[in-house]
Design a binder for this molecule. Structure first.
Ligand code: BGC
Length: 373
């Protein structure tokens, strides 16, 4: 969508939401979205951490949209601490929130607090990450997580010419935090593309990580999605297995926070952009990583325009509030162990050096000056 169109769409969305939330004021307190006589409904927004750029953008955008539409909001960040997130959710429920929007830290730890929410008829939207092991997750809005991994895998195949029979290449695979339900989808998407080349010997894993099936992803996961964790692991692999002039040709990184640590490790081991720097994937289009893409230190990122996720979730909040049908487009994929959660999946987009400007700047996601362009 062009910038002008986006602005028009955002304005129209805010106007639409404003009208409908005004209506919701006349509803009874029992209704998920109605504030009854006490004013507009309170929407609790629980985000995992401020330490990653994307969650700051996600929280700010959603809060802004809902406030402009007349809702009250409580936006909380939990420093990646599960107990802190649970306390925040309890406080929101005590403050009579009608709807909770939750980007969980540990996708399996929230069942008891969600039961408290359900007991008070509070509706729950899982934001970006599915919440497992609870019947009390009403909707899920996310990007197509499997597709994210698939795009990373396909990028590696075409960049290295694996489909044209080239190889063998040295690959180091990484996966995301083992408590994040998304991480297994990212890995599965990528591994379903890459595994055949590992099996045929065109991709070799010098560190010896065994990934016979997608279920083995936790053997390469970096807990908490930590940049330092990824850097230390890459240092380890390079020091132990890349001796005697052996070089890594490609690194599968599930997201940008890991890619940043991996790039720091490559730097300190003397890899040179434009020279022997390996193919390195990522996800999120964080500012530091986008700069790395421009500097030849990261090959791609999978961009998830978090503004569109916020737009979609704001529409969900509004539909719940009005008691109208909530738009979903996937009712099969996201089984949380108790139920299949009706989901809305948005499309992720590959960004490389060639289209940083056309995709990230022209859409208004970054200013040209942010990137030194
Ligand atoms: C999100 C990614 C993010 C990662 C680390 C995942 O659940 O989908 O966009 O990079 O968490 O915060």
């Amino acid at each position: 969508m062009g910038k002008t169109l986006r602005i028009l769409a955002a304005t129209a969305l805010a106007a639409l939401l404003a009208t409908t939330s005004a209506c919701s004021k006349t509803r009874s307190d029992d209704n998920a979205g109605g504030g009854g006589d006490s004013g507009p409904a309170l929407v609790g927004i629980a985000m995992p951490t401020r330490s990653l750029e994307r969650w700051n953008n996600d929280g700010a955008h959603l809060e802004d949209l809902l406030k402009k539409a007349g809702y009250k909001t409580s936006l909380q960040y939990a420093d990646n601490k599960v107990d802190q997130q649970i306390t925040q959710l309890q406080n929101m429920i005590n403050d009579k929130a009608k709807i909770l929007v939750i980007a969980s830290i540990d996708g399996t730890a929230l069942a008891p607090v969600l039961q408290q929410a359900a007991d008070k008829k509070v509706k729950v939207i899982a934001y970006d990450r599915l919440i497992n092991a609870s019947p009390n997750v009403d909707y899920y809005a996310t990007f197509d997580n499997y597709k994210v991994g698939q795009l990373q895998g396909q990028f590696i195949v075409s960049k290295l010419g694996l489909d044209a029979g080239k190889g063998p290449f040295n690959l180091e695979p990484f996966a995301g935090s083992s408590d994040d339900n998304n991480a297994k989808f990212f890995f599965a998407g990528a591994w379903d593309v890459l595994k055949q080349y590992v099996d045929s010997g065109k991709l070799v894993i010098p560190s010896g990580k065994k990934l016979a099936s997608n279920d083995d992803w936790k053997t390469v996961s970096i807990n908490g999605w930590k940049t330092e964790g990824a850097q230390a692991e890459m240092d380890n692999r390079l020091n132990s297995f890349y001796t005697g002039g052996k070089k890594v040709d490609v690194v599968l990184s599930p997201n940008d926070s890991l890619a940043l640590g991996i790039a720091q490790s490559l730097d300190s081991h003397g890899y040179k952009p434009g020279g022997d720097w390996p193919v390195l994937t990522g996800q999120d289009a964080d500012l530091a990583n986008t700069k790395n893409i421009l500097a030849g230190k990261q090959s791609m990122t999978v961009w998830k325009d978090t503004r569109t996720l916020g737009d979609q979730v704001a529409k969900m909040v509004d539909a719940i509030s009005k008691g109208t049908a909530v738009e979903t487009n996937d009712t099969k994929t996201y089984n949380n162990g108790v139920k299949v959660v009706p989901s809305y999946l948005l499309p992720p987009v590959v960004v490389t050096k060639d289209d940083v400007k056309s995709k990230l700047v022209d859409s208004g996601f970054f200013k040209a000056s942010d990137l030194g362009l």
